[in-house]
Write a protein that binds this ligand. Structure first.
Ligand code: 5RP
Length: 221
């Protein structure tokens, strides 16, 4: 057992028959989907709403019934991963590049639960680079603005050194900040920056965090 798997399996306790469930993205969500698929195979009825193509592909492979976000009126609960979370349950997401769809699904959800391992728990956000999703048109000008602000942006690249392209066909600038002393102020600034589609600061956007440890125990925050 590793911490991610422990948290992923524990999240099944949050699921009830008939629910519409937001399905996050990433290696921790993988374990949740695997466990959910077993329940579905045993006759448990749910509907999933995916936050990325990666999750759609896994759900299809494991025969989890799916709808798009537009096809549902609300989501009962969303289970997603996170890259960091602090004592106020604010977080950074988007390490896997799915921040835009993850935020849209989170905003449409009655309840949001993050599943993480112990390494994601921090006192202050910012050590993990903050993803900022930008439109490709003129992205270098957004980058220059962020450089001038001292935010140390780096264009996310693929293994073969091409710009990483999100499911919504945007680029990502990762801000290497080390610490974020005022997450609300930074979120507000990025929310109003032309060319920025979304950013990975998820503030007040989770009700519960399940933190898995390597020994298989799960702590709730
Ligand atoms: C993807 C995300 C993921 O939830 C986040 O990166 C955590 O991933 P993992 O569970 O693989 O550590 O925000 O955009």
């Amino acid at each position: 057992m590793n911490g991610k798997k422990a948290a992923g399996i524990k999240a099944l306790d949050e699921i009830r028959e008939g629910m519409t469930i937001g399905l996050g993205t990433g290696s921790t969500v993988y374990f949740f989907l695997e466990a959910l698929a077993e329940k579905v195979a045993a006759g448990f009825t749910i509907t999933g709403v995916a936050t990325s193509q990666q999750t759609i592909d896994l759900a299809k492979k494991w025969k989890i019934p799916m709808r798009t976000l537009n096809e549902v009126s609300t989501i009962d609960v969303t289970i997603d991963g996170a890259d960091e979370f602090d004592p106020q349950l604010n977080g950074i997401k988007g390490g896997g590049g799915a921040l835009l769809f993850e935020k849209l699904v989170a905003k449409s959800s009655k309840k949001r639960i993050w599943i993480v391992d112990e390494r994601k728990k921090v006192e202050q956000l910012g050590r993990f680079p903050l993803p900022v999703e930008v439109v490709p048109f003129g992205w270098k000008h957004v980058e220059s603005f962020l450089v001038n602000k001292g935010y140390n942006p780096k264009l996310r690249l693929t293994a073969d050194e091409r710009p990483y392209v999100t499911d919504a066909h945007h680029y990502i600038l990762d801000l290497h900040l080390q610490t974020i002393s005022d997450p609300e102020a930074l979120a507000n600034e990025l929310d109003h920056l032309t060319g920025v589609v979304e950013h990975g600061l998820f503030l007040g956007m989770t009700e519960k965090v399940l933190v898995g440890a390597p020994n298989g125990t799960v702590e709730t925050f």
